[in-house]
Design a protein around this ligand. Structure first.
Ligand SMILES: Cc1cc2nc3c(=O)[nH]c(=O)nc-3n(C[C@H](O)[C@H](O)[C@H](O)COP(=O)(O)O)c2cc1C
Length: 192
């Protein structure tokens, strides 16, 4: 093979490997946990107060502690301009709610609104500053036309909490009783 041919083949292999790596990260680390949940923590970010209802439903089903996450400065409802700037630049806004020592928990539920097909950038700060290694993370969000299909928030969680196990997303419906759906998810994943 000529030198040019070799270069083309190598470039092709590298591109395929990179694409494989990129898309693999949009998949959960695992579909099931090794043992049922024991000490649970529900964290949620909900500047426009929609995900907060879902978070309280999750908390009702799984117990443990529940904490609302806040950005610095605080987000004001549907703050699209700020959210867009952060998303496009990959900025990491500060998460300022004190988080207890995660050594006290094994399963952490993280709820967030879907912004531009992924989790808000403030979630990055949460993951970077706290020890999620070895934890089972359950991402939960409101099911919408976009959130149902797009799994980019999984990549954000896996990238910034690389040593945690990120389970499939628990998608819930606004304004509905989600307890049956949550119970089915806990059974499927082996959490309960
Ligand atoms: C900046 C911004 C971007 C959004 N992007 C999406 C999106 O890509 N897909 C989607 O389904 N919903 C999107 N939404 C709608 C939010 O996901 C929805 O309003 C969310 O549930 C609000 O949650 P909260 O009230 O708990 O903050 C977006 C909302 C905002 C404010």
């Amino acid at each position: 093979m000529s030198t040019l041919g070799t270069i083309i083949v190598l470039a092709f292999i590298i591109v395929v490997a990179l694409l494989g790596y990129f898309f693999n990260k949009t998949m959960p680390t695992d579909l099931k946990v090794a043992k049922p949940m024991y000490k649970t923590l529900v964290l949620y970010f909900s500047p426009a107060d929609e995900v907060s209802d879902l978070a309280h439903e999750v908390h009702q089903a799984v117990g443990g502690d529940i904490i609302e996450l806040k950005g610095n400065p605080a987000y004001t409802g549907h703050d699209k301009t700020r959210a867009f700037k952060e998303w496009i630049t990959g900025a990491t806004p500060e998460q300022i709610t004190p988080i207890p020592d995660l050594a006290n928990y094994d399963t952490i539920f993280i709820g967030y609104p879907i912004w531009f097909g992924t989790a808000p950038m403030v979630i990055k700060d949460l993951l970077k500053k706290n020890g999620f290694a070895g934890k089972d993370i359950v991402p939960f969000a409101m099911e919408t036309a976009i959130s149902g299909k797009r799994t980019r928030s999984i990549r954000l969680l896996r990238t910034h909490a690389p040593r945690a196990k990120v389970l499939p997303r628990l998608l819930l419906h606004k304004g509905q009783d989600n307890q049956v759906r949550i119970a089915a998810y806990l059974k499927e994943t082996g959490l309960k």
